[in-house]
Design a protein around this ligand. Structure first.
Ligand SMILES: Nc1ncnc2c1ncn2[C@@H]1O[C@H](COP(=O)(O)OP(=O)(O)OP(=O)(O)O)[C@@H](O)[C@H]1O
Ligand SMILES: [Mg+2]
Length: 224
């Protein structure tokens, strides 16, 4: 089971409390994601897609249930083991890029490698070249367009060659043509690397590209 589905989650529960109000966001959610292939997730705004992605990527602890990687419950690990797993095994791409503003494109891309003490600017420069930014290595995020910033974010997410790539509305801040370019880039790099890619999207066209197309509704995930 874990050989083909390295990422699984079972009975996930997440409730946010705001004052006296309780928001049940995830209600016994089960899922298994295959080692390779494109998974897309759709759902209404506020249905919990970002929350789910953060939980799957080790960024947010669920209130109940388990996330397992290769059969091991990730929230049972020590903080340092979890942080190491996030850095080496998971790449994140966010709607709003989340680049470090004070770092250049190359320094942003090298950041996860530096954390792992494996920095090699030549590798970072090659990755930036692959995403079409070979001539922007020393630009800061404010000196780049939105589409270019997202390319840097993709290069950074891929820097440690993660087995799992999680993208939360990666085209949400981009015009349609640039968004399409970003998705094509993600899919091309994904095809070359053969990792597990999960894209949360509002875009029906992008969602339809998924080999597995999920819908998050009323706290559970189902295949469309
Ligand atoms: N830290 C938090 N504290 C309280 N409520 C939260 C918190 N994070 C998220 N929520 C609530 O949980 C719900 C799900 O949020 P989430 O961001 O996961 O939705 P989403 O499906 O990603 O929505 P969108 O499509 O708009 O990005 C929302 O109603 C949100 O207000
Ligand atoms: Mg969201």
């Amino acid at each position: 089971m874990t050989a083909d589905f390295p990422l699984t989650c079972s009975a996930l529960e997440k409730t946010f409390r705001l004052g006296s109000e309780q928001l049940h966001i995830l209600s016994g959610l089960d899922a298994a994601f295959p080692r390779t292939g494109l998974n897309t997730i759709q759902g209404a705004s506020g249905s919990g897609k970002s929350t789910l992605l953060q939980i799957l990527g080790g960024l947010e602890r669920p209130d109940g249930g388990e996330v397992r990687w290769e059969g091991e419950a990730i929230y049972g690990w020590s903080r340092s083991r979890l942080a190491q797993w996030r850095n080496l095994t998971v790449g994140f791409v966010f709607q709003s890029y989340h680049l470090f503003p004070e770092l250049s494109a190359l320094e942003n891309v090298e950041f996860p490698a530096r954390l792992a003490r494996q920095s090699d600017p030549e590798v970072g420069a090659h990755l930036l070249d692959q995403v079409g930014l070979g001539s922007r290595l020393h630009h800061r995020p404010t000196e780049l367009s939105g589409g270019e910033q997202q390319r840097v974010a993709i290069a950074r997410a891929l820097r440690n060659n993660p087995a799992l790539l999680l993208a939360d509305e990666p085209t949400g801040n981009l015009d349609a043509a640039t968004g399409r370019e970003i998705v094509d880039l993600l899919l091309r790099l994904h095809a070359e690397r053969g990792n597990c890619l999960v894209i949360v999207t509002h875009d029906n066209g992008i969602a339809a590209l998924g080999e597995r197309i999920y819908r998050l509704e009323q706290g559970i995930l189902s295949l469309s």
